[in-house]
Design a protein around this ligand. Structure first.
Ligand code: 5GP
Ligand code: ZN
Length: 119
């Protein structure tokens, strides 16, 4: 994917980001527009468009992503009070950047799971 993808460019060091954790296969950095006191994005360094592609294409890497997310949650002091970990996916999910990323949100009560009831 490379130069067309914002998060591939962050992996490549071409766009600056506030990195909080890095492994051989994953990267965690602060969201540029935080929606909570802690808002970190966790991505695989390898490009997958969304969590469905990642989960089906490389389940082991998906597990490494979760391990990095858990380590960041611990580093940020979120394990006691809890947090939310979510993957916006596709049009209905409101995904804007098509390089899979988990949003780690915490540091305050986060309110209901959805802003409005769509059931
Ligand atoms: P999505 O809507 O795709 O689930 O989330 C994309 C997220 O990426 C948004 O929360 C947005 O604030 C964040 N974002 C967009 N551009 C940048 C950037 O250049 N740097 C960082 N750190 N975050 C970004
Ligand atoms: Zn990418």
């Amino acid at each position: 994917m490379g130069s067309d993808c914002l998060f591939c460019r962050i992996v490549a060091g071409e766009i600056p980001a506030t990195i909080v954790r890095e492994t051989d296969t994953t990267l965690a950095f602060r969201d540029i527009g935080p929606k909570a006191p802690v808002h970190v994005l966790i991505i695989p360094k390898e490009h997958y468009a969304d969590v469905a592609m990642l989960g089906q294409g490389d389940p082991a890497l998906a597990g490494e992503l979760l391990a990095t997310a858990a380590a960041v949650a611990e580093d940020e002091g979120l394990l006691g009070d809890g947090f939310r970990l979510m993957f916006n996916t596709g049009t209905y999910g409101g995904q804007e950047v098509f390089h899979v990323h988990a949003h780690l949100l915490g540091g305050a009560p986060l309110g209901p799971m959805l802003a409005r009831d769509v059931a």
